[in-house]
Design a protein. Sequence first.
Lengths: 130, 98
Amino acid sequence: MACFLVPMGEAIVTTVIKKVVEKNEKEAGVKEASQTRVSWSRKLSWLNRLLWGGVLLLALEHIWHGEVVLWPPFLTAMNNPADIGPMLHEVATIGTGMAVFVTIVWLIMISIADQKAKAIQPAVKAEADA
Amino acid sequence: MFFIITALAAIIATIIWYVNAPEDKYKLNLLCFIFWGATLMWFVDHVMAFLTEGGEFFELTLDATMLGVVVVLFGLIIWLIALLISDPKKVFHKLSKN
């Protein structure tokens, strides 16, 4: 009914965090693309893209099914008081599940990226020293 | 069906991205993230609906198939808009110079 609202909320928060982190990294002179480490702004941009991409496609699916309209109150469930309870339940269960699952997948992604970057660190150092 | 079609689009986009990696002139990583984001969210939706309501895991109807095609097209349009705005080949810059 409106489950994508939870990942959308998370996407808004992570977009703001990414902007702040990016600004701080620029001030500290951290390179976004380094051979031996992945910057936090880059990692957060992966999460943002996953969340916003999913939210946009899910929003289209909800429009297709007539659960979301482009005029107020936007959510068709809001027109019927009996539908508001199930809608909120769906947002709390499925919506939260989506946001948590995407975040877990992203955490696995960044830990793999960090491990890969660590693994090539000696080779890059040796290349630089040579 | 839209879940299967989106997952398939995500896999194909990832293969194309990997074949060209580390070069990513055309922002294929964005396309991968768009499709993977939706695939992960629909996976949770399908699993939770299956566990709570039962029934079929995949909705194999014409409507769901059409939705899958429209969703993939929408994802491609988002990627295309982002690509044209960033204009990695500087086509618009060159055109405005001519």
